[in-house]
Every structure is written in structure tokens, then in C-alpha cells.
Design a protein around this ligand. Structure first.
Ligand SMILES: Nc1ncnc2c1ncn2[C@@H]1O[C@H](COP(=O)(O)OP(=O)(O)OP(=O)(O)O)[C@@H](O)[C@H]1O
Ligand SMILES: [Mg+2]
Length: 336
């Protein structure tokens, strides 16, 4: 089976210095140059097969959205490559990218902020459909858009309304319909349910999975909660401070989690004891600043299983099983 997406050694950074003058600092009476760079994504690699759902999971600020934006080239990568359907899109220019754009669509975390408040719902869908020539004229586009809206549970008479006239769940459905309007092959869903009520979350997840079956999409799905991705993912990557610290099949991650961070994420999930829902205190400490990256393992400060080596050397990915990789000094060659 071939890959729809290959991400190799992707790096993304944000330069916080506004200009050269911003970098010049006075330290102990001496002038020095100080770069302030946010290291949001630090050398990550993963592959998604056609028809597969790959989920990226991790705490707030670990670089999930930045990865998503870089993968679909809303941001230019700082380093590394992105290969979409055999084509190295990280090297394409903007005009060359326009053609590819319809094949990869994004569903955003905040359905309200991502919909133009001044456009009627039908126009929000028709505009990209016509731009990417997925309909021969306006009449055909309208018919196709109404049928897509019906699929996501929005009735034809609601299509003349504006985004603010819908509920949060309905707006997320409109966001999904807009992505479908250009007949994509690959969808990046950046926390598509985290802004919604728990009851609506399940409806939207089911809808996304039904559409996947119908259209044979592949997904890059992003969430900060492992429980959200359990039933929908084929593979999972666990992210910490811009790195994938563990990746494998959903079974690998749920039944045989290896990295202390993955294990801590499971411990942090609320669990039932009798009839009581127990909320754990979560992982100790705060995620470090991505401005000054630690010399050794990024999780060192918060890891309950750390050893001396972890502070000094960065672990590399080791295969603990076929297709199951962990970046931790407790495993494989790392522990030599
Ligand atoms: N445009 C930007 N300029 C500077 N720093 C940025 C920018 N966008 C993101 N960052 C920083 O990059 C890091 C990763 O951010 P990102 O939005 O990718 O995290 P996330 O995992 O999606 O978090 P969340 O779960 O809260 O959505 C954060 O430290 C963030 O502050
Ligand atoms: Mg995000």
C-alpha cells in the first residue's frame, strides 16, 4: 500500500526577533547577540498510508497545530521534507501548490473563527468548489453543496444563513462540509471536537469516520486527549515539546505504552472507580519553554523514570517492536 503522506525530519521554528537590533543585548557590561527562537517542531517523521488515520496527541503547546499547518504548507518548513502522494510539496512554490491545495484540506479547532462571518453558508462552500473547478457552473455547484450539507446534517433551507446563526456543533459540521466541497484525498483535522460538548463530540467523530468510509479519505487527526483518538486511529504519534516521543499502532500505544510520557498521559486520564469518576492530578510540572531546548531528553524534568544519562544525551528513536518506536534511554541502543 502506498503512502499518501510522508513527513521526514520536519523542523519548524518561529523567530521572535523583529530585527538585528532586537538581537543585541547587554550582558554583564558586554554586548552580545541573543537569538530568540521558538523551536515548535523538532525533527519529526511519520508516514500515513492511503485510507489510514494517523493521530498526533500531546499537551497544549507541544507543536501539534504547527505540524499540521506545516504539513499542508500554510507555513513553509524550516527544514525537512513533506511528500504528498509521491510529490515533494515542501519544495513547491505557492502557484504550484494551488493545484495540490484542493487535495489536502484542514478542519480547524475553532469552527467559528475559521468561517467567514460575512458569507452565507452556501457561499462558504461554493467559493472553493468553483475556484478548484469541482463544478462546471454555479447551478451545479449549488446542487453539489446542498447535497454535501445534507450529508453533514445541515438542511437546504439553513444554507442561506450566516455562521453566527448556528450552534457550535453545527458550525463544526459546516467546517467539515467546506473541506468536503473540494473533494480532498487527505484531511487534517486539528482538534475538531475539543471546542464541543461531550455529547456532540461523539456525533462529529462518527460523522468524520462515516465520511472516511464513504470517500476513502486519509486523516491526520490532532487531539490533546488519548481517549478521543482511541476508536478512530490506525496509528498514533505522541508528541512532547515538538518531538514525537513514541509512535505505533493504536494497540501498541494503548496496550503496550513504553515512553514514560505516554504512560503518564494514560495515568492522567479520568477513570471510573465503582460509580465515581476519579480525576487524577495529571502530570507533575509544566511543559518546558520551546525557546531554550534542554540538552538531553526533552521530558527529563518531569520524568519519574529518569536516569543520569537522560539529562546529558538526547535519546534516538528505537524500534521496540515492528513499527513501534520509542525515543527514550530506557530502551534499545539508548540504554547502552
Ligand atoms: N506564529 C507563532 N509565533 C511564535 N510562536 C508560535 C507561533 N505559533 C505557535 N507558536 C508557539 O509554538 C509552540 C507550539 O504551538 P502549537 O500551536 O503548534 O501547539 P499545539 O500543540 O497545537 O497546542 P494546543 O493544544 O494548545 O492547540 C507554542 O509554544 C506556541 O506558543
Ligand atoms: Mg493546536
Amino acid at each position: 500500500m502506498s503512502y499518501i503522506l510522508e513527513v521526514n525530519n520536519l523542523v519548524q521554528q518561529f523567530d521572535l526577533n523583529k530585527g538585528i537590533l532586537d538581537k543585541i543585548k547587554l550582558r554583564k557590561g558586554k554586548i552580545c547577540i541573543e537569538e530568540k527562537v521558538v523551536h515548535a517542531v523538532n525533527d519529526i517523521s511519520f508516514k500515513i498510508k492511503k485510507g489510514e488515520v494517523f493521530s498526533l496527541v500531546g499537551e497544549s503547546g507541544c507543536g501539534k497545530s504547527t505540524t499540521a499547518r506545516t504539513v499542508i504548507k500554510l507555513l513553509e518548513p524550516h527544514d525537512g521534507e513533506v511528500i504528498f502522494d509521491g510529490l515533494k510539496i515542501s519544495e513547491l512554490t505557492r502557484p504550484q501548490m494551488v493545484k495540490q491545495r484542493s487535495k489536502m484540506q484542514m478542519i480547524f479547532q475553532d469552527p467559528y473563527a475559521s468561517l467567514n462571518p460575512r458569507q452565507k453558508v452556501i457561499d462558504i462552500l461554493m467559493e472553493p468548489m468553483l475556484f478548484h473547478e469541482k463544478a462546471k457552473d454555479k447551478d451545479e455547484a449549488r446542487k453539489k453543496c446542498l447535497s454535501i450539507l445534507e450529508k453533514v446534517g445541515i438542511r437546504a433551507e439553513q444554507s442561506e444563513r450566516y455562521p453566527h446563526q448556528f450552534s457550535g456543533g453545527q458550525r463544526q459540521r459546516i467546517g467539515i462540509a467546506r473541506a468536503l466541497a473540494v473533494e480532498p484525498e487527505f484531511i487534517v483535522a486539528d482538534e475538531p471536537v475539543s471546542a464541543l460538548d461531550v455529547s456532540i463530540q461523539a456525533q462529529i467523530l462518527n460523522l468524520l469516520m462515516d465520511l472516511k468510509e464513504e470517500y476513502q479519505f486519509s486523516y491526520l487527526f490532532i487531539a490533546h486527549d488519548l481517549s478521543v483518538v482511541k476508536h478512530i486511529s490506525d496509528k498514533i504519534g505522541v508528541m512532547y515539546l515538538g518531538k514525537i516521543v513514541e509512535k505505533g499502532t493504536t494497540d501498541d500505544i494503548f496496550k503496550r505504552p513504553k515512553h514514560p510520557y505516554t504512560q503518564a498521559l494514560f495515568d492522567a486520564l479520568p477513570r471510573l472507580e465503582g460509580n465515581n469518576l476519579i480525576h487524577s492530578k495529571g502530570i507533575e510540572g509544566e511543559i518546558q519553554s520551546p525557546i531554550n531546548l534542554p540538552k538531553g531528553c526533552f521530558f527529563y524534568e518531569r520524568c519519574e523514570k529518569r536516569i543520569a544519562k537522560c539529562q546529558l544525551e538526547r535519546p534516538v528513536d528505537v524500534a521496540v517492536d515492528e513499527g513501534h518506536y520509542v525515543s527514550c534511554h530506557l530502551y534499545g541502543n539508548n540504554d547502552e
